[in-house]
Ligand binder design. Structure first.
Ligand SMILES: Nc1nc2c(c(=O)[nH]1)N[C@H]1C(S)=C(S)[C@@H](COP(=O)(O)O)O[C@H]1N2
Ligand SMILES: [Mo]
Length: 319
């Protein structure tokens, strides 16, 4: 959701660039939005069927999110957060052309019996009937997206994690030639994320390779990204090249940048305010400024499926 998460460039007061004014404006808008005044949301685009992109074979529709109105394809693919392809919500779609997504593989290593390589072609070839889902979820920064993907658990199992594997760490490609945003060190590249093992093995956690029945466009994290439906958008790391099973909790980019505001868990939780704003209500991208806000649901509406993972944990401390 737009107003919850600031761009890292907002976080560096000392980083004096020509964008300073713009950043200042963004911050004011974010604060205004938090106060319910409104933010720079894109106007609702016409509903256009996706015209370009490579069609994927038919997927199995799941029940998850059936009742949610999907965000327009146009908004899903043109209003993005992907710092490697530029700061600003329109930059990723503009800069996605330099990203080469074939060949592509993910190195899988760490605490497992069979470390190795997962090729994107193998991932796309996984038997559709059993393994590929399509479902809609509120992508927790204000979009409802019909993703295509495979449960991460099916993929991880192949590498036989050992009993020492308590967490899974993820890494995005680091190649400034393909990712112009990496020419500036606004964050410590590569972008990092992590999940606890039980979160990673939950059937709702997906390795996503498509959107709206098309192969994932670059700006959405091609060719493969994570989607954890009950967490804030920043957990959904894009363009993954490395997965590592670890014994210790891995570092994740946003928690390193701003630990008081962004934790490791990042579960959607209307009861725990962001230090500078309430998280009780949310806007949905594409609905416009005057649309009624939505009440934020615990675990983004997936409490029934995932609340047990956090039983006994103090969610104010582990936010
Ligand atoms: N590698 C990488 N992954 C990333 C990001 C990023 O900057 N780099 N941004 C995150 C954030 S903050 C959000 S909200 C989502 C946005 O995904 P979308 O553009 O497909 O909606 O991607 C997440 N994954
Ligand atoms: Mo985000």
């Amino acid at each position: 959701m737009l107003i919850r998460i600031r761009r890292p460039s907002d976080l560096r007061e000392s980083d004096v660039t020509p964008e300073a004014h713009f950043r200042q404006r963004r911050r004011l808008l974010a604060l205004a939005a938090a106060a319910g005044i409104g933010a720079a949301l894109p106007a609702r685009a016409l509903v256009k069927p996706p015209a370009e992109g490579k069609a994927l074979p038919k997927r199995i529709d799941t029940d998850w999110g059936r009742d949610l109105e999907p965000t327009d394809f146009e908004d899903v693919t043109s209003y993005n957060n992907f710092l490697e392809l530029g700061s600003g919500k329109r930059a990723p779609a503009r800069n996605a052309g330099s990203l080469r997504t074939r060949p592509w593989s993910i190195r899988v290593e760490g605490e497992c019996e069979k470390p190795g390589v997962l090729d994107i072609e193998d991932l796309l070839r996984m038997p559709q009937e059993e393994r590929i889902y399509r479902f809609r979820c509120v992508e927790a920064w204000g979009m409802v997206v019909p993703w295509d993907g495979v449960p991460l658990s099916k993929v991880l199992a192949r590498f036989q994690p050992t009993s020492k594997a308590k967490y899974v760490a993820f890494e995005t490609l680091h190649d400034p030639k393909q990712m112009p945003g990496q020419k500036r060190d606004i964050i410590d590249w590569p972008y990092l994320e992590g999940l606890r093992m039980d979160e990673a093995m939950h059937p709702l956690t997906l390795l996503v390779t498509g959107v709206y029945g098309m192969e994932l466009p670059g700006q959405n994290g091609a060719p493969v990204r994570l989607v954890v439906p009950w967490k804030y958008g920043f957990k959904n790391i894009k363009s993954i090249v490395r997965i590592r099973f670890t014994e210790q909790q891995p570092r994740n980019t946003w928690a390193v940048l701003q630990p008081e505001e962004y934790g490791f868990y990042a579960n959607v939780n209307p009861e725990v305010d962001h230090p500078r704003w309430s998280q009780k209500y949310e806007r949905r991208i594409g609905e416009g400024l005057f649309a009624r806000k939505h009440r934020t649901l615990m675990f983004n509406g997936y409490a029934e499926e995932v609340a047990h993972l956090y039983r006994g944990m103090d969610l104010r401390r582990f936010f």
